[in-house]
Design a protein around this ligand. Structure first.
Ligand code: SAM
Ligand code: SF4
Length: 321
């Protein structure tokens, strides 16, 4: 079992399989590409799998595939099947923009994927174009329907932004509610790669908008999720993620692996250790030691933006959010 210095059990690994993306979301990478990590620097699926086997043997029980856009990486279904075959009980999930999901959802499900988080910031084609930098909405929504059809459990992420999509909070919630998909509103997190003029909607404002339309009860945090949940009278549950708070850190159980092999103890810290060299050399002992060291040094609380309030240089498309 992996236990950090604050007695938290670390059993959740998020794996970013690529930093590349077919979208250019305003809050993530509006300007990219200027320089992608060269493909040869990425770990192959076989190499990532070697590390994942170690992580599972050390006690990891949940793995989320993310990116950049994970569906851009060829043979993703085969990678998922490798993990599933090694440990069928693993909770295997993915976060995607869904643009390429229509043609792949069935294969992903058949390979062992159980759950999927889809980013839907708007239901208006012109707003989707403004946020993602291309006309994406039709394919995204087709991807959602396909995921539901093949039996994947779907959750939705929305980042509400003023003068952009904030007036669609209720519409997106209703769209999700109709399909029995929980929606989580994520407060915009400042970072130096995002567009300069974004103004996110804070949770207090979100709640006041939602209260005008619904009655709901505060359910607090659910296990180790950073999302604060609220339940409506009819049982529907939605969440709000407040990244600038640190009350969810007490139960944090996750670490992150980038496509290049950097193992990150906390989304909000720049410290990371590489497992790349050890994995490429087939040195299981050394890779296990790096994993244990990263867990040992996992910080107590997040520090988004740094102590001096500086805007974070952590790229979401690299760490997978
Ligand atoms: N491409 C996939 C997607 O968009 O779902 C997976 C990677 S993306 C980096 C993971 C999540 O991070 C998405 O739900 C996205 O909305 C969120 N995200 C990216 N940049 C963000 C920011 N600056 N603030 C808050 N959430 C952000
Ligand atoms: Fe791509 Fe996801 Fe970043 Fe949007 S949030 S640019 S879809 S990685």
């Amino acid at each position: 079992m992996l236990i950090d210095s604050y007695d938290r059990v670390v059993d959740y690994l998020r794996v970013s399989v690529t930093e590349r993306c077919n979208f250019r979301c305003q809050y993530c990478m509006p300007e990219k590409p200027f320089s992608w990590v060269p493909k040869e620097n990425l770990l192959s699926f076989e190499e990532l799998f070697e590390f994942i086997k170690i992580a599972i043997d050390e006690g990891v029980k949940k793995i989320r595939i993310t990116g950049g856009e994970p569906l851009l990486r060829e043979d993703l279904d085969k990678f998922i099947k490798m993990i599933y075959d090694y440990e069928p009980k693993i909770d295997l999930a993915m976060t995607t923009n869904a643009f390429l999901l229509k043609g792949t959802a069935q294969r992903l499900k058949d390979s062992g994927l159980k759950r999927i988080n889809i980013s839907i910031d708007t239901l208006k084609p012109e707003v989707a174009l403004a946020i993602a930098g291309k006309d994406v909405l039709k394919k995204v929504l087709e991807g959602v329907e396909e995921a539901i059809k093949v039996g994947l459990k779907v959750k939705v992420n929305m980042v509400p932004m003023k003068n952009m999509n904030a007036n669609e909070i209720i519409d997106v919630l209703e769209y999700c509610k109709k399909r029995n998909m929980s929606v989580r509103f994520i407060e915009y997190m400042e970072n130096k790669f995002a567009a300069k003029d974004i103004s996110g909607v804070k949770s207090a404002e979100l709640l006041s908008i939602l209260k005008k339309h619904y009655e709901f009860e505060d359910e607090g945090f659910d296990g180790s999720s950073p999302s604060h949940y609220y339940r409506m009278k009819d049982g529907y549950r939605f969440g709000i993620i407040e990244p600038y708070e640190d009350d969810f850190c007490k139960k944090c159980n996750r670490i992150r692996l980038t496509a290049e092999g950097n193992l990150i103890p906390c989304l909000y810290f720049d410290e990371a250790l590489s497992i790349g060299k050890a994995i490429k050399a087939g040195d299981i002992k050394a890779a296990t030691e790096v994993l244990r060291e990263v867990v040992r040094t996992k910080p107590e609380k997040n520090r988004w933006g740094g102590e001096d309030g500086e805007v974070s240089s952590r790229a979401f498309y690299e760490t997978g959010g």
